[in-house]
Design a protein around this ligand. Structure first.
Ligand code: FMN
Length: 201
């Protein structure tokens, strides 16, 4: 099987935000899809190791900011390559507004946001699938939504040719494990995917 076939699936990119005990949480997700129109429901897949995961379980509400094609790599570094366990991501990212449900959403590099409440969860081992009933939302710009394919092709920096990294690269987020061996049970410290999603450099 060529697991690269899975990379042909199409996704958008989003900042999923929520709150717990007065602290805001948020992370990059690509696993978002609308599942029904009546009621309006979407599904969101979140890794159990993400701080945002536990905050979602605690609050049962969330916002989804839909990233547009102006989103810089710095935004992914900020929300996708560090954890709210150790930083307050929103203190250092002032381009937000607070929606009616008291949660932040991004006001830049974002063409829409949705607010919702979690109505059920399903356990998928490493991830939880959240069913979210949409309660509010707004269009912020008419810019095209960013796709995962464009993120990989144009947003994520390419490794410089003269300083070619060695080791194994995570095909999901681009993290490089700079060793000559990759243990079978290796978990990407950034996006939490396993060894099967790494390619040898
Ligand atoms: C391009 C990209 C896509 C990602 N997609 C997902 C996703 O769909 N689900 C998920 O749980 N994490 C995803 N992540 C990883 C989280 O954003 C990342 O682990 C984040 O640092 C978690 O932050 P937190 O601990 O503050 O919640 C993605 C990261 C990037 C850079």
């Amino acid at each position: 099987m060529d697991t690269k076939a899975l990379f042909k699936l199409g996704y958008g990119l989003y900042i999923l935000t929520t709150q717990d005990a007065g602290k805001n949480y948020g992370c990059v997700v690509n696993t978002v899809m609308q599942i029904t129109s009546n009621p309006l429901q979407i599904l969101v897949g979140v890794n159990k190791n993400n701080a945002t995961h536990d905050a979602l379980l605690a609050s049962s509400i969330c916002n989804i900011s839909v990233l547009d094609d102006t989103a810089p790599f710095a935004l992914f570094e900020h929300f996708g390559f560090q954890t709210s366990k150790s930083v307050d991501k929103f203190a250092a990212w002032p381009q937000i507004k607070i929606s009616a449900n008291n949660l932040p959403y991004l006001t830049e590099h974002t063409n829409a946001y949705l607010s919702g409440k979690i109505t059920s969860t399903a356990d998928y081992g490493t991830h939880t699938l959240f069913t979210v009933e949409i309660t509010d939302g707004d269009v912020l710009a008419e810019t095209p939504s960013l796709t995962y394919a464009v993120y990989h092709a144009d947003v994520k920096p390419k490794p410089a040719a003269e300083t070619k990294p060695h080791g194994y690269r995570c095909m999901i987020c681009g993290y490089v494990h700079p060793e000559d061996n990759l243990p079978e049970d290796f978990i990407c410290p950034i996006c939490k995917h396993g060894a099967a999603d790494f390619e040898k450099l």
